[in-house]
Design a protein around this ligand. Structure first.
Ligand code: ZN
Length: 465
């Protein structure tokens, strides 16, 4: 039995995850994510899919990050009629994330059209609308981890914990046809052991083929303990001098992780009991999804919840949705911690906070996530001491600290460990979801450790397994 896998995203780069699995009985699409990064890369999102969406039977989401589910509403808009399957937490998280993404598409198109009207150009359509996003959610089934789901046509799938973000899973696909059986495993995004809130990644079972991400395929992470010490030190230095601590953070995952660590440091009296504000409607929505899915929590988090010690609920913690409240927060000069998006300071409320406070010497600007090339966050991290925000020059006098140990992705050793057993067992390994250097780095380590000759597919290549 031959099964073809089309690598239609996260091949030759990190974003745009999209794999079409063509079995004798079904066409299964694993992930349908956005291409993200430079303008040239993002223009790929509007291109026709390299397959007919009407030919796909079922779509599987590994998790709710936009580079894994962001193009799903476009898929339905362009004719996909089937269902979507995800873990229950991913389903609920996709609902929050895709609605937000649709609003951004609509408002970007509206802005563009205001210019176009003046230039006598025809209007552009948003990539998709809130209605398109709702249509995806109507057709998305949330299922438990570690439970076999029958997709029909001799194909079953099981979601396993991947330890990346709440609800994230790797996918074990089993295909039975013509008296033969094949197992294919998709890593999705793999996390680290010992992360806050969520469980550790499970080990993959034996399989015939395995796809592994390689975001950090050529790097080792800093350890989390020293990162937490740096966090406490920077927070203390600023608060004790009457300053404001600004933490730009991604709404899904990093915000909740930071809240967890802040509450732990507070309880251990390692930082003062200062007010903490989460100033991002998207992050507030994502945190609500965390509250709804304790089945994804690890032991420590469950123990905290059982003791009524939720990191998402204590007297000094405030969640800000309303714009007026956010504006009032900008004007308030009392010492506090503000967690806001966007994570790379490319948009969102964090820009207002930086504009109001980053010129002060007693303020702190703590970066806890990856800062892409060309973003405001990257410029500040790289040492810019004057930046332009909303047509205004802003001096950066705040203490700028990069906290390196918070990655949601396994590093080279973590990836190689995870895929080691199936690779030694003879599984065909495909290295995806990495910049070329990272993918080749992981490929080399796998060759050294296991003798595996892994394939690094190029975009839109099709391989048989
Ligand atoms: Zn991810």
């Amino acid at each position: 039995m031959a099964i073809d896998i089309g690598f239609h995203g996260a091949a030759g780069g990190v974003t745009g995850s999209c794999y079409l699995v063509h079995t004798p009985g079904k066409r299964v699409l694993v992930d349908c994510g956005f291409f993200q990064g430079s303008q040239r890369i993002e223009e790929m999102n509007a291109q026709p899919f390299p397959f007919d969406p009407r030919d796909v039977d079922v779509v599987v989401f590994t998790h709710a990050h936009m580079d894994h589910c962001g193009r799903a509403p476009l898929l339905t808009k362009r004719g996909y009629r089937g269902r979507f399957v995800a873990t229950s937490a991913t389903r609920d998280m996709c609902e929050v994330m895709l609605a937000d993404s649709a609003r951004i598409q609509e408002s970007d198109a509206a802005t563009e059209n205001r210019y176009r009207k003046k230039e006598g150009e025809p209007d552009v359509e948003p990539l998709y609308s809130e209605e398109d996003a709702k249509e995806v959610m109507k057709r998305t089934d949330g299922v438990p981890y570690d439970t076999e789901v029958d997709l029909g046509g001799g194909v079953t799938l099981t979601f396993r914990d991947s330890g990346h973000i709440l609800g994230a899973a790797f996918v074990e696909l089993v295909v039975v046809a013509n008296g033969a059986k094949k197992r294919i495993t998709f890593s999705g995004d793999l996390g680290n052991h010992g992360k806050a809130i969520i469980r550790d990644p499970e080990a993959p079972g034996g399989c015939d083929a395995i796809l592994i991400e390689s975001t950090y395929g050529d790097r080792a992470h800093k350890d989390q303990e020293s990162t937490l010490e740096e966090l406490a030190k920077a927070v203390n230095e600023s608060l004790l001098r009457g300053g404001i601590v600004l933490i730009p953070a991604f709404a899904l995952g990093r915000t909740q992780e930071i809240l967890y660590h802040l509450s732990q440091l507070r309880d251990a009296n390692k930082i003062p009991r200062a007010p903490v504000y989460v100033d991002s409607p998207l992050a507030v929505g994502a945190t609500d999804v965390f509250r709804k899915h304790p089945e994804c929590f690890d032991e420590e988090m469950n123990a905290l919840m059982a003791a009524h010690h939720s990191p998402f609920e204590y007297p000094e913690l405030h969640f800000v949705r309303a714009v007026e409240e956010s504006i009032a927060l900008n004007e308030d000069n009392a010492p506090k911690i503000v967690v806001a998006g966007s994570g790379m300071c490319t948009s969102g409320r964090i820009l207002h906070h930086i504009r109001h406070h980053a010129w002060k010497k007693n303020a702190a600007l703590l970066f806890c996530g990856y800062q892409g090339r060309g973003t405001l966050g990257r410029m500040i991290v790289d040492g810019a001491r004057k930046v332009r925000i909303m047509r205004q020059d802003v001096v950066i006098a705040a203490n700028v600290v990069t906290l390196g140990g918070f990655s949601a992705h396994a590093d080279q050793a973590g990836l190689a460990d995870w895929v080691g057993a199936p690779a030694k067992g003879g599984a065909k390994v495909f290295v995806t979801h990495g910049e070329p250097e990272a993918a080749q780095g992981l490929r080399r380590v796998l060759a050294d450790r296991t003798g595996t000759d892994a394939v690094v597919p190029a975009l839109n290549e099709v391989h048989s397994v």
